[in-house]
Ligand binder design. Sequence first.
Ligand code: MTE
Ligand code: CO
Length: 438
Amino acid sequence: MAKQDTLRPARAAGVPDPSRRGLLRGTLAAGGAAAVGLLTGRARAAAPAAGPDPLITEVQDWNRYLGDGVDSAPYGLPSEFEADVVRRNVAWLTADTTSSINFTPLHALDGIITPNGVCFERHHGGAAVIDPAEHRLMIHGLVDKPLVFTMADLMRFPRVNKVFFLECAANSGMEWRGSQLNGCQFTHGMIHNVMYTGVPLRLLLEEAGVKPSGKWILAEGADASGMTRSIPMEKALDDCLVAFKMNGEALRTEQGYPVRLVVPGWEGNMWVKWLRRLEVGDKPWQQREETSKYTDLLPNGKARRFTWMMDVKSVITSPSPQAPLSHGKGRTIVTGLAWSGAGTIKRVDVTLDGGRNWHRARIDGPSLDKSLHRFYYEFDWDGSELLLQSRAMDEKGYVQPTKTALRASRGENSIYHNNGIQTWRVQADGVTENVEVS
Ligand code: MTE
Ligand code: CO
């Protein structure tokens, strides 16, 4: 039993209830589990063997008996020991799960690609189930030739493969007025990063022939919410995709199967899923999602609108409240993600002491335009309390702001576009919690 605790010290960490109260309960449990991990894990991994280890000297079941044959799982799933690496929602955030959100388990992932099965979901009317044979995409409005595409039609246009992050504008929104949710899954998990295969939107618009007066497009979904957003023509012709594959396979139902709009670097709400209609017009449509929602009320009573781009941001994914430091002092790895809607990430710095001293982190893996970047900072932990933060800088030179700086410019009423620096407090026993040092 101790073995399981060693493998997954955070399992008891009260993850379904990420509130501060849940945290208190959860971290106590995690602390206990972590201590067990400390004892068993260290003796085995780092210290010279004290005596014979039965895991080496005894024949184990997995060595004695044959495993499952091929085809026992025609579509493979993660190991049973990874059962807690799942999307989670926060029940009290929304009244109902059909118009709701869940969160990517960032604390348990590595590299830059989000596996399809754990990409967070945001639906305004539940996930539509559409037979691709019955799906149609219409382009009309200020065009020479209104067109209707079947999925088979779309598949005959030249396609491209691109990795992009999708971040909901509301990501970290619950943290505007102070630290609230206990886990980077909940504070930062409205993001995913996958490789899309799709047709450049420009090619479809060219096929229809946009009239000179066509300056905007309205994208509409076929789901029960019929969600709509206005997108400037410049962006539509630049890098938007009409995508039907993610990470090599068909889009998942939750992500808009059979086809979604990809709007690189811009807020997730514009990435219309189950895309069925593109209308070309000469001005924005002022839909719900660009007036009463996805706008930010400033201290002077005016609202910021059309705040499309997702600004430079980063977060340490481990250690974090759901991934405490279970190994004790010594060799320690800090890792996290950085991204910017303006392009690539040039630099990430990490502090261990709440911003007094900054150290340059190592970015590893592909550095792609408008994609997640993975960073690491390795150090020798002396076992004292840490105040961990990361701060990213993008290729345009934009630097992630402190939360104090953000509030100074936008006040306290915002929800969307919180790219402020996040702090995790790591206690001497490794238990980690969401705090604010700004
Ligand atoms: N498109 C439709 N048709 N319906 C929706 O509810 N939600 C939007 C956007 N596109 C939505 C939609 C929002 S707010 C976000 S953040 C992203 O889809 C979420 O994409 P995901 O579910 O793939 O994470
Ligand atoms: Co959203």
